[in-house]
Design a protein around this ligand. Structure first.
Ligand code: 2RA
Length: 339
């Protein structure tokens, strides 16, 4: 016997990926519902190789009798409908920022804090972290176990797919416009993104950081360790899929490059590809469509007492969003909702 699974935001970048990954990983489903806003009702979305689902209206959907909802609409939509689904007994795995920092909602990366899933009982909601946080904490976890991380400095190079389908279209249209000498229109992004980069993701906060940077700070502490200091600079780059991060880590104890490499190689969800020769490291185009968090360029940071630096790339739509949510659903089904 399988589960009744609803995918909320089924027509978006992440929603379509969720449907794809549920099918790919043979998640035991009895029935799948594709839900979205009224304007998408009747549209068709693929479920795996050979099934097509017709999109239903989220606002009218009754979650009674449904087991799990994988939710990735806008934060406001989630604020309204995730509690409604949870109240009907359907456990929600929510990919928006709305519930992440609420103390009674667990924020989970299965390779890092799977035990936190148990906290779903309080509200019926589990939050999926931000994409840039997920890939970083997967890589930080084995290093934290090795030498106790005290401080992290991260700069991100985030693909446009993190901003949704319209953001991907904007990069495509601007690139084309430049080639045919047409007008370059910036609507979704605050500046031209084609052949450029933008050191702002999400809105500004009072202290001059952006909300995306704040998310990396507070989410890392909630998932991994509240005592880790994090400084993040988040940058949008003209790449379609996969986020990259340059990460510098300070430890309480000395950690050698060899020890770190060995721990990262043994860590679940991490692939180390680091040959120290031209091209001997993964880039976004090679990691798109992959499940792992790829680590390379592991080296000593000689500017601090116990420091290492490395390069980290992952598919932001998969491990950074849909795959992480499906992995949570798998643990939830196996350990808490067994049928
Ligand atoms: C971005 N972090 O890349 C967002 C997506 N969750 O814009």
């Amino acid at each position: 016997m399988g589960y009744k699974v609803a995918v909320i935001g089924a027509t978006g970048n992440v929603g379509r990926e969720m449907l794809q990954i549920l099918a790919e990983r043979d998640f035991p489903v009895d029935e799948v519902a594709a839900l979205a806003s009224e304007r998408s009702v009747g549209r068709e979305v693929s479920f795996g190789e050979d099934q097509v689902l017709r999109v239903k209206d989220l606002a009218k959907f009754d979650f009674t009798g449904w087991d799990i909802a994988l939710s990735s609409p806008g934060a406001k939509v989630s604020a309204q409908h995730s509690p409604r689904a949870a109240a009907a007994g359907c456990v929600v795995i929510d990919n928006t920022s709305h519930f992440r920092m609420e103390p009674d909602v667990p924020l989970v990366v299965p390779e890092v804090n799977p035990q936190a899933i148990a906290g779903y009982r309080k509200r019926g909601i589990i939050a999926n972290p931000n994409c840039s946080t997920i890939q970083m904490v997967v890589a930080l976890k084995p290093l934290h176990e090795l030498g106790q991380i005290t401080r992290v400095v991260v700069s991100t190079y985030q693909s446009v797919s993190g901003g949704g389908k319209e953001a991907m279209d904007e990069l495509f249209n601007q690139t084309r416009a430049i080639y045919v000498n047409d007008e370059v229109k910036a609507e979704k992004f605050p500046k031209q993104i084609a052949f450029n980069l933008i050191p702002q993701i999400d809105s500004f906060m009072d202290d001059g950081s952006t909300k995306e940077e704040w998310k990396m700070v507070v989410e890392t502490r909630k998932i991994l360790d509240p005592d880790i200091a994090v400084l993040a600079t988040c940058v949008r780059v003209p790449v379609f899929v996969s986020h990259s991060e340059s990460i510098s880590v300070e430890f309480a104890r000395p950690v050698s490059v060899e020890e770190a490499t060995e721990a990262l190689r043994a860590a679940p969800g991490v692939v180390v590809l680091d040959t120290r020769e031209p091209g001997g490291y993964p880039t976004p185009v090679e990691t798109t469509g992959e499940d792992a968090v790829f680590v390379s360029r592991i080296r000593k940071d000689p500017t601090v007492k116990n420091g290492l630096a490395f390069w980290c790339v992952a598919d932001n739509l998969r491990k950074g969003a849909a795959l992480n949510a499906v992995q949570i659903a798998e643990l939830l089904a196996r350990d808490y909702l067994a049928k």
